[in-house]
Design a protein around this ligand. Sequence first.
Ligand code: NAD
Ligand code: GDD
Length: 324
Amino acid sequence: MSGRRALVMGAGGFVGSHLVRRLKSESFAVRGADLKTPEFSPTAADEFLVGDLQNIDFMRQVMDGAFDEVYQLAADMGGAGYIFTGANDADIMSNSALINLNVLQCSKAQPFGRVFYASSACIYPAYNQVNPDDPKTAEATAYPAEPDSEYGWEKLFSERLYLAHARNRGMKVRIARYHNIFGPEGTWQGGREKAPAALCRKVAEISDGGTIEIWGDGEQTRSFLYIEECLEGTVRLMRSDVGEPVNVGSTEMVSINELAMRIAAIAGKSIKIRHIPGPLGVRGRTSDNDLIRQRLGWTPLAPLHTGLEQTYRWILTQVSALRA
Ligand code: NAD
Ligand code: GDD
């Protein structure tokens, strides 16, 4: 490999596989690493190492070489149906923490230009997200900490791990707190899918006038960021001088009922909604973009509708292919 080189850990996942394509479009030589290759299309990486990043020998192999940009996206993650049931807490915490400890352990022998860590909006305190119309997620409100899930606690711990290494070892660390990223080639079935993909699937599966199920009363709120804008925010942050964690998310907050109705409109179907018990997470969440606007002079602006159209179309093809 020659020229600018990037390493993407988690390159077999949703954000990672898109990020590899983005870096290739910028002429980076890219090494990807993951437990698996991407599920929905071939990787664009120049080389792809398959293995477990919890294994320090594999991590050493992955990090061997000089990289201008290292992106650490590998994590044991999923939507509400995976992270809020409680059943996966031990795996989520230990699997993801060990990957991050290994990255930093191996970076002593193999220093890199700069490292990006994908944190989450799930680090924000539950007590600031009880009002669905006015949740608070300014970066400075992360403490006193009270994430509502062990997934959020692990992300907060790992943020601190990277920040400590930045302070004590002069590493250039960049941390994004992603707010519910969605788009084509994201997980859409199997239990780890997030609300946009789950609701696109449910709408795609029914006939006009049919009923879909939604967890809770559907009045809980979220904002959703389309993958292309997530990548733009990610590379802008990586190449900036911003060393503190920054939200990368949308400010277009909608209720989950509203999300379902917007997807139904895109599908050209009228739907009925049945509300059922399920894992809920916080009552309200949206991105606070004051800091990213100040520090990067950029914020995501694309309307939710644009990303939903692309995502629904892709999930419809997946549902149709599965049926066929
Ligand atoms: P994803 O699950 O699609 O990708 C994560 C990848 O990490 C998977 O391909 C998985 O196989 C890999 N991985 C997990 N454990 C591994 C191990 N031990 N060794 C090697 N690879 C391993 O998730 P994503 O949506 O692409 O998310 C990317 C990152 O962004 C994650 O760190 C996630 O926690 C974070 N994040 C994502 C969102 C979102 O809405 N997508 C929101 C907040 C934070
Ligand atoms: N997944 C899913 N599937 N969620 C549903 C469904 C369904 O069928 N029906 C209703 N919901 C509701 C959930 O109960 C939750 O209240 C809301 O939709 C959003 O759920 P998700 O999109 O699954 O997750 P989240 O927004 O609570 O958390 C996600 O975003 C974080 C960052 O903002 C997760 O992906 C986290 O891993 C991520 O860090």
